[in-house]
Design a protein. Structure first.
Length: 414
């Protein structure tokens, strides 16, 4: 565009930032021995130069708002808007509690500022300078979906999805996140039994909807946990609640703060062992009772069936996680059969917990730490005699910790 195609037209390391307003004018920052300026290149007509305040020593960031105004954001958090009549920038406000370093900014459909920051992820600020929310779980490196390390650029798509470029020189990634609510709830996706998923709750998205297909009599456990770690910039946990509804929207079950043994967080939620009343589509609503951040959600798969080994020793392996804190195993037993069930931790830090149920879901036995001190914190139900022929369910759970375990069932022959 005019002289802008010639690198010599700009000072060294310039421009740092460019923006295009609704009328097609291209703006670019410039720094030369004469000082800091913003240069305007209209579609037609001559280039013009816009002076910046004398105390500015670093090139600012530029973006256009929804009305077509050019905005200027300084490194210390001052926001200006260009008055095209006077060809000067007019100060709007200074960010409250400005982040340490702002790499980029843009404007969303609600005319809020989205800041790519070095120490707070993606920050959403309103036009009064107050922080509304933060996006992205901050991690040290190699981010997964919904995570952020050092965002370098941020943009908003036509569908209001937010994109940010992330890099710390060891990796490069572009993350897309949809945050626009539809009637105050966002469809988050489908739940697959045995697989966990990640969601995000904040001021813009106070609840999310997950769906799955179920069959009559299917027994499911649904767990939602806070997955955003406490940091120097996050002092409260995300308190989640979940609601299970049928295709008509009728609530079948709900939970705010779980009352189970296996979920660790006091403010996590779990609907445990619910039998689905009919075959069809179901919804799981996850909402924030308090706080914002990333959560993980999981729906248990069906119990895994196995046959007792003919040699009298059956070995199984499984794995527990925060969102799947228990696994169920089914076998067919005979009246008078005597078994010892031992659940041993393979992963350090896992403290196993065992439960055994009959076909009517009556608890027959449970154990946390075995009476055999040689087993340490492993769980054991020793020499239990089955009361009847039928199907039995073993629930391999944890008192604390996560990780892999081995389940050994030994039959005592008479």
């Amino acid at each position: 565009v005019g002289q802008a195609t010639d690198p010599a037209a700009f000072g060294e390391c310039s421009p740092r930032s460019v923006a295009i307003t609704r009328d097609g004018t291209l703006y670019a920052t410039d720094q030369t021995s004469a000082g800091l300026t913003v240069r305007a290149f209209p579609r037609s007509g001559a280039e013009r130069t816009i002076p910046l305040e004398l105390d500015q020593v670093t090139q600012p960031l530029l973006a256009a708002d929804q009305s077509g105004r050019l905005l200027e954001l300084t490194p210390d958090g001052r926001l200006y808007a260009l008055d095209t009549q006077s060809n000067t920038f007019q100060r709007l406000f200074r960010l409250q509690d400005a982040p340490n370093e702002i790499s980029d900014f843009t404007i969303d459909a609600g005319n809020n500022l989205l800041l790519a920051t070095d120490n707070r992820g993606i920050v959403i600020v309103n036009m009064s300078g107050a922080q509304l929310d933060r996006l992205g779980r901050i991690v040290a490196n190699f981010p997964l979906a919904g995570e952020v390390v050092h965002p370098r650029g941020v943009a908003v798509g036509a569908d209001d999805a937010i994109y940010w470029a992330d890099s710390d020189s060891t990796f490069g990634a572009v993350t897309a996140m949809g945050v626009r609510p539809a009637v105050e709830q966002t469809s988050a996706g489908r739940l697959t039994p045995g697989e966990d998923a990640v969601g995000l709750l904040n001021n813009l998205t106070p609840e999310q909807v997950w769906t799955f297909e179920g069959t009559i009599g299917q027994n499911v456990t649904i767990t939602a946990i806070d997955a955003t770690p406490l940091t120097a910039y996050r002092f409260e946990v995300l308190d989640v609640a979940i609601s299970l509804r049928d295709a008509s929207g009728r609530e079948i079950a709900s939970n705010d703060d779980h009352a189970g043994y296996d979920v660790m967080g006091d403010f996590d939620a779990q609907i445990a062992g619910i039998s689905l009343p009919e075959t069809g589509s179901y919804q799981v609503i996850v909402e924030s009772v308090k706080g914002s951040g990333t959560y993980r959600i999981g729906m248990s798969g069906p119990p895994q069936s196995f046959d007792l080994s003919e040699d009298g020793i059956t070995r199984l392996e499984g794995e527990l996680s925060e969102v799947f804190p228990a696994q169920q195993w089914l076998f067919t037993g005979r009246a008078g059969q005597t078994l010892t069930l031992t659940m041993s931790a393979i992963t350090d830090g896992l403290d196993p917990f065992l439960r055994l149920y009959d076909a009517d879901n009556n608890l027959l036995a449970r154990n946390d730490d075995s009476a055999d001190i040689a087993l340490g914190s492993d769980a054991q139900i020793a020499q239990l005699t089955l009361p009847a022929d039928g199907v039995y369910l073993i629930e391999a759970a944890r008192f604390e910790g996560i990780g892999q375990y081995e389940l050994i069932i030994v039959e005592f022959q008479r």
